[in-house]
Design a protein around this ligand. Sequence first.
Ligand code: TXA
Ligand code: MG
Length: 507
Amino acid sequence: MKTQVIQVRHPINPCAFDEPGSALREGQVVAFPTETVYGLGASALLPEAVLSIFRLKGRPSDNPLIVHLASKDEVHQAAIQIPPVFHVLYEAFSPGPVTYVMLRNKDTIPDEVCRLSTVAVRFPSQVAARALIKAAGVPIVAPSANFSGKPSPTRAAHVLQDFDGKIPYIIDDGPCEVGVESTVLDILSDPIRILRPGFVTAEMIYERTGLRAVSWHEEPKGNEQDCPLSPGMKYRHYAPSARVFIVMPRTGETLDKTFADTFGARPFEKRGVFTSEHTWRALVERIGQDMEGLFLSYTYDGERDIKSATRCLFDALRTFDDQNVDTIYAEGFAEPAAAGYMDRLRRAASGSNNEEPVDPPRQILFICTGNTCRSPMAEVLFNHRNVKGWKAVSAGLAAYPGMSISPRSAEALREWGIDVDAHRSQSVDDDLMEATDLIVTMTDAHRDILVRLYPERKDDIFSYSAFTEDQRDVDDPYGFSIDSYRATRDRIQKGLERLLAELERRS
Ligand code: TXA
Ligand code: MG
């Protein structure tokens, strides 16, 4: 199937969505933007169309869908015995990012949408969404347009990642304004309960309506039968592949300092930082320009701000995944207005792929001057042996950061069938030293300098000369012929035998 991407032109022409509107009416699937996230839409009146949504998403069938309507006049198409608070809340928040759980109109809304006696109804404010629902002329079910378990899509490109070639239409109206899913409210309870936190918070509800809203955690219901707890909340959602650390603000400390303290040494990992442009710049200043190369950043414009952070969160998580980032450091917010953002971020941070490895290997650090010839060779030769319980890294005492291994070192290693494309030079620093169990320098002079810098580590710092037969340094082949590089390679390789014996002694 070819997926047609329909670009929205503003102002929207009343006929613009005739084609996708009738496609929906006839049982086809159309992805469309809302102010929260992109939704995967189908007619709520057609059980087959509804089931196709579950199939496309790989969604558990006990997780019901939200019915989307264009306006309050249509609410009876989805719900019965509308409670009076609905009207109060509608005035304050709809159309907008709030979903109301009410009693289901079983004459119109089939069990496929929701097996409960209730139904979730929402009135999006996004103009293209409203125009599409009107063009369809039927209630539209729309879960977020992502495979179950992935971060929700906030751009048409995210939807294409999961559903290109699998659905007939995607309507593209740029990035979503809010960025997290709607607040789901159980309005059958008194006080009303927040089943899923979102952009609209209990504080906002109280401020605008005088109604008290509690989190369902605070007021769980005894009777499960009709209890409209958001079944979706029990699934682990919003998960990127990377491990996520939340950096919470601390009193009396700037956020860039807290970020810097959180980093620790993870020299093997590709690390991403999600924060404001402002905090990122302060952070770069703090950790040094050359460290900038060690982190990928996803920033939003200006100062730290919960609205902007919310808008960008899912795109940041997805972008870091595309970049194969191992660890994401994302800024946290303590204020009540951040309930929705923090809920999604905590979910992203929890779960099996975020746990520390049971027994992390110990680290050996090879040191030379520029970290482009000798020490990366030693690192690669060491790692090539797959020494149980150990892994090697390398750094330079005066390295220019981000350089590849020198071409002749690479060539000498390639002759032994070892590829080293990934190496990037780095300078030794406190974090790296702290994360390292054993340090081996290429020359005695390197060792002496390092011992002077880190006297408390002197028992962990060795010169390679301790492991070579003639007890001499591994000299720098830089600028010499390929033969010198081969000699260096062979010399390092020989020393490794004795070095491994030393490791044995230490384990
Ligand atoms: O912002 C949104 O709400 C987006 C956009 C596309 O409208 N939609 C969305 O849908 O997030 P979905 O399917 O990803 O999440 C729907 C949530 C789930 O947690 C589900 O369990 C809950 O709403 N839900 C649906 N029907 C319910 C009901 N009758 N009672 C309680 N919770 C319900
Ligand atoms: Mg979802």
